[in-house]
Design a protein around this ligand. Structure first.
Ligand code: DAT
Ligand code: MG
Length: 150
């Protein structure tokens, strides 16, 4: 099933020069970039994005961190990309993320875990709509799709 998911390079990874590494993993796998932008997230947007965690002990620190510097927000498209992107990122806590995953390769602490990805189709729809408007979601053909999909 063709899906779209929201992926975000977090402020730690932007500072550490990992934007290209992370984008390259999705490109090389064959997923299609549908939208991309860099910005510093306003606090209110961060609280909405992480609304499900409001009230948890790490919530304030999470919002402080995610608004502390620029992020790179993206939409990636492809077959089963929502679950696949989560697998490529690895477990939330980099200590538990398998080697080879993004977090298992580049992360150490849970509060500096490098990347965000939508956890379900409902989250993907909600997060894409929060960060992008319709005009920013680019629809285009790729000649190589024929070599990725049978
Ligand atoms: P994920 O980002 O894998 O979807 P989540 O939605 O459970 O994980 O949590 C959102 C972010 O909050 C996560 O990327 C890092 C932070 N976080 C989660 N659990 C935490 C904890 N126990 N301590 C500190 N930060 C935590
Ligand atoms: Mg989550």
């Amino acid at each position: 099933m063709l899906e779209r998911t929201f992926v975000m390079v977090k402020p730690d990874a932007v500072q550490r020069g990992l934007v290209g590494e992370i984008i390259a993993r999705f490109e090389k796998r064959g997923y299609k970039l549908a939208a991309l932008k860099m910005f510093v997230m306003p606090r209110e947007m961060a609280e909405t994005h992480y609304g499900e965690h409001k009230g948890k002990p790490f919530f304030e620190g999470l919002v402080d961190f995610i608004t502390s510097g620029p992020v790179v927000a993206m939409v990636w498209e492809g077959k089963n990309v929502i679950a696949a992107a989560r697998e490529m990122m690895g477990a939330t806590d980099p200590q538990k993320a398998l080697p080879g995953t993004i977090r298992g390769t580049f992360g150490i602490d849970v509060g500096r875990n490098v990347v965000h990805g939508s956890d379900s189709p409902a989250s993907a729809a909600r997060e894409i709509a929060l960060f992008f408007n319709e005009a920013e979601l680019v629809d285009y053909d790729r000649l190589l799709d024929h070599w990725l999909y049978e």
